[in-house]
Design a protein around this ligand. Sequence first.
Ligand SMILES: Cc1cc2nc3c(=O)[nH]c(=O)nc-3n(C[C@H](O)[C@H](O)[C@H](O)COP(=O)(O)O)c2cc1C
Length: 299
Amino acid sequence: MKIETKIAKFKLLTPIVCASGTVGFGQELIGLCDFSSIGAITTKTITLNSREGNPPPRIYESGEGVLNSVGLENPGLEGFIEEKLPKLKNLKTKCIVSVGGFSINEYKTIVKALGSKKDVHALEINLSCPNLQLKKLISQDEKATYQITKSLRKLTKKPLIIKITPEVTDIVKIAKMVEKAGADAIAMVNTFFSMAINIETQKPFLGNGYGGYSGRAIKPMSLYRVWRVAQNVKIPIIGGGGIETASDAIEFILAGATAVSLGTINLVNPNSAQSVLKGIKNYMKRKKITGIEAIRGAI
Ligand SMILES: Cc1cc2nc3c(=O)[nH]c(=O)nc-3n(C[C@H](O)[C@H](O)[C@H](O)COP(=O)(O)O)c2cc1C
């Protein structure tokens, strides 16, 4: 049974990727999970300068999902290179480093700096960061998405994955820009804008007022977007948003995802990849499928 998958030249031993912001820098998983179930982990997004993040509370469970407003807390490029990067080689899986920024130059500096680091197996560009001039998220704008992807593509030979926001009128248009600009893959979806209000204090539950919604509640919306994009671009998709079980993951693969991402579920069960992978294998056995590629986009 073949469960490996490929994103350009980037080989994943399983189709399961841990989503950015939900597994720290990978060290946090040691002793808590079976790394052989995970094709790759994605680090917390790093920015050029270190960030303390948003005021607490930063996490609030609401309905069938989770609101977060972490605010990109991270050690910054220098801190990452000094403290986190040397430990990545201890991980028994591949590592995708998530890159964020508040200007195109910030993204460029980070991508250039990480280009020569052998323990960085791929770069994921988080385009859900705000574009300060346009006053919207970068991946809410077709032109900005194209320009930044194109300029980063020129700077690195590492697999370049572009992560986009679902908060757009037509996600296909954005995905096409990512493909046209030469990225190797699209990661989708990031969180949905959302809020929850405490009626006793008459204040929002999150310190920041609002945040991003993730987890089980968003699955049907993410799945629909992955399906739409898969029908319109040829580059691979790392699809997710609300995946908790093998059956959820298989839905995303049937909709066209090459790999699937597990995010919020890692906060509940850091070993969720193991049960998801086991379930995918059982399904393949039951359906007499010898390679995962046979069901990709099969609906
Ligand atoms: C606590 C938390 C922190 C996150 N931080 C990041 C981040 O730094 N960069 C990023 O691209 N996505 C971040 N995300 C979004 C996830 O990577 C993922 O795209 C999203 O949560 C949807 O998937 P899920 O429903 O499986 O969690 C974060 C999500 C959560 C819950």
